[in-house]
Design a protein. Structure first.
Length: 262
């Protein structure tokens, strides 16, 4: 099954979720020390993280608005730097997420635009920027010693969106020949959207993966709460986190993680 046909997590409003996640990150930015180092993004502080997220939103919004056919240099994006004062920085971050929605509305959600994976409808960028935000808000929370409070449905959709990006890239062997990876979120209300089966596909320059929702035995299976599973898959949490269970060939999952950097 093509991952393009896979459902998102139940009843997920990606527009509202983007603004909600952005507001939560903005609140962290308002209250935390901006010099806090971000271990999951080596070399970054909270200042660099918030600039990366806000500029990234404005970068996407500019590409949508201008209907570009190739990537823009993020350094050339108008308004790409936050102001020096705290209130201005928080407002800048919030306005950055809104800019993505405004840009999509201006050109129409079906308007074709450039993406990492070829031309896509403009609305594609809302979900992509949402999960850039979910991952980096988790980075900030972990750096501040907080547990991630990411909603299970949002985490499940983030994992699906991440697998879409991985599947779109070819020329890499991510799983052993004949091997499969099964991910299973243990949150009870996710249904089929909380299980993923990933298989190798193609050889040589076309080597990659395909995935589908559903229950199946795998060479290796990983089970845990959706948020923990999502963050472990993005290497934000270790595989030996006590909330995760790994069954089967652990080396296959270790190899998957090593071959799929965020």
């Amino acid at each position: 099954m093509s991952s393009d046909a896979a459902p998102t997590a139940p009843a997920l409003d990606v527009r509202a979720a983007l603004l909600g996640e952005n507001a939560r990150l903005a609140e962290l930015v308002r209250t935390a020390d901006h010099g806090t180092e971000i271990p999951t993004c080596p070399g970054w502080t909270l200042t660099q993280l918030l600039r990366h997220v806000g500029r990234g939103h404005r970068w996407a919004a500019t590409m949508i608005s201008e209907r570009v056919t190739e990537a823009l240099d993020p350094r050339q994006v108008p308004g790409g730097k936050p102001p020096a004062d705290l209130d201005g920085t928080v407002a800048w971050l919030r306005e950055s997420a809104q800019a993505v929605l405004d840009a999509v509305d201006a050109v129409g959600p079906e308007a074709p635009v450039w993406t990492f994976t070829g031309p896509k409808p403009a609305a594609w960028w809302i979900r992509r920027r949402l999960h850039e935000e979910t991952a980096h808000r988790a980075d900030a929370q972990l750096a501040l010693g907080q547990d991630s409070d990411l909603d299970p449905a949002l985490a499940a959709d983030g994992l699906s969106e991440w697998l879409d990006l991985v599947a779109a890239r070819r020329g890499r062997t991510l799983l052993p020949e004949g091997g499969t990876l099964h991910l299973h979120a243990t949150d009870g209300d996710l249904g089929a959207a909380g299980e993923w089966t990933i298989r190798p596909d193609g050889v040589g320059e076309r080597a990659g993966i395909v995935w589908e929702h559903g229950h199946a035995k795998g060479t290796v299976a990983v089970r845990g709460p959706a948020a923990v599973l999502y963050l472990a898959t993005l290497r934000r949490l270790p595989v030996d986190d006590p909330r995760l269970e790994v069954f089967g060939d652990r080396s296959a999952f270790d190899g998957w993680l090593a071959a799929t950097p965020f």
